[in-house]
Design a binder for this molecule. Structure first.
Ligand code: GLN
Length: 411
């Protein structure tokens, strides 16, 4: 049910799980941090556990304190203040919020447009709910940068292709900015051109903005829902895990007009009923205190340093990468990586493209794990992804430096 053509009992996260890799391997694969969320936020979960109510169901829509904190976190960034009773729904991680949105709105055969590469978990969630994914690949281009070995690679939409992908069955477009795995931050002009098509064809949009706090180089994070006419058509997805280095809390949220949030809530209630209560309190405390502690400004500076370590490593190697404008991912062209002919790969790699082999070899031979990118493509386009691997830089600088040194062996 998940993919045509590829027998997939194991997804990329299972195959490249640390448990399957040598213990000394540095994990730059699955994107989670090797540092904790802020202590002042964690304390709120402990306090919640000390009260009976904190150990029981939260309202399906989410704990009132957290919904209020989400409303205040966004302020007027959506062009208006959010109504926490109607326009915010808390989910068990962004992932479950997405699933609820698709369960609520997809009818069998509804077409959902996604740009490739896409975050792989969109695909099963759309398929489980009867949707039909329609893929529009992004295209890389390279601009030379004076004094650098590798140019600035950016990936962009071919709007003719996007236009051709829209049919009378198209129900929605999925957007993801900052983008996983490209690190692309979609420009206002690109998003406005998408909004124009959404208006023309009367579509809905799911805008996954979980990396919203990680936008580099002074670029602008444009909230799709703020473009003309888009609030009424857009569900925006956010994540405490990504904002606060707390991926295991499983707390995320959906933001949008009541007409879109109520159906998603109706679905969510039937899927998980509610998100984890104590971790909602931790997320609320984190959001409440983040501004006065300058948490996001400091975090962004730290991430910029982490990003530089990997960019320098790839620059030194002379291997092309997508310029990471946002998120904590760098997409590296690994088509040059070679392994001995008799190299032994596990059976779990059978039927996979060469990027799986390259990533396995890099993990086992070099000691750094990464995620092969063909997983983020449909069968028809997986040969494009087979040239790339994704490296995460959500690790402390020392760990990244060690990884960077090891990667020089790829020369
Ligand atoms: N979003 C994270 C990543 O892309 C985690 C994915 C997952 O756990 N399946 O690495």
């Amino acid at each position: 049910r998940l993919r045509d053509g590829r027998a997939l009992y194991q997804d990329v996260w299972t195959i490249f799980n640390s448990a399957n890799l040598p213990p000394e391997c540095i994990n730059l694969g699955q994107g989670y941090m090797n540092f904790p969320p802020p202590k002042w936020a964690r304390a709120a979960a402990v306090d919640a556990l000390d009260v009976t109510e904190g150990n029981h169901y939260a309202p399906a829509r989410g704990r009132p304190r957290l919904r209020k904190a989400v409303k205040e976190f966004y302020g007027t960034q959506f062009g208006k203040e959010l109504d926490p009773e109607k326009e915010i729904m808390i989910s068990s991680g962004a992932n479950q919020g997405l699933h609820a949105a698709w369960a609520a709105f997809l009818c069998p055969g509804d077409e959902v447009i996604m740009f490739e590469p896409f975050f792989d978990l969109y695909l099963p969630a759309i398929a489980f709910n009867g949707g039909k994914p329609v893929y529009v690949p992004l295209h890389p281009s390279e601009e030379p940068v004076p004094g650098r070995n590798v140019g600035k690679q950016s990936w962009s939409i071919d709007f003719d292709e996007l236009r051709r992908a829209i049919t009378p069955r198209t129900k929605m477009i999925v957007l993801n900015s900052p983008h996983n795995p490209l690190g692309k931050v979609f420009s206002r002009a690109e998003l406005e051109a998408i909004a124009q098509l959404v208006r023309e064809h009367d579509l809905m949009v799911i805008s996954d903005e979980v990396y919203e706090s990680l936008v580099f180089d002074g670029l602008e994070h444009v909230r799709f829902a703020t473009l003309p006419g888009m609030w009424e058509r857009t569900i925006t997805v956010g994540s405490a895990g990504k904002l606060f280095a707390a991926t295991g809390w499983r707390v995320g949220w959906l933001v949008g007009p009541q007409a879109l949030i109520d159906p998603a809530l109706a679905a969510s209630t039937r899927i998980v009923f509610c998100a984890n209560t104590p971790m909602q309190e931790a997320a609320a405390a984190a959001l409440e205190q983040a501004r006065e502690r300058r948490f996001f400004e400091n975090q962004l500076e730290e991430y910029a340093q982490r990003r530089a370590v990997l960019m320098d490593a790839f620059e030194k190697l002379g291997m092309e990468y997508a310029w990471p404008e946002g998120s904590y991912f760098i997409l590296l062209n690994i088509s040059r990586v070679r392994w001995p002919e008799d190299y032994k790969f596990p059976d779990s790699l059978n039927g996979r493209a060469d990027d799986f082999k390259a990533a396995w070899f890099i993990a086992n031979h070099i000691g750094v794990s990464c995620i092969p990118v063909s997983e983020f493509y449909c069968d028809e386009h997986m040969h494009i992804g087979a040239n790339y691997a994704r490296f995460s830089f959500c690790k402390d600088v020392d760990t990244l430096r060690t990884a960077a040194e090891r990667l020089q062996k790829l020369r």
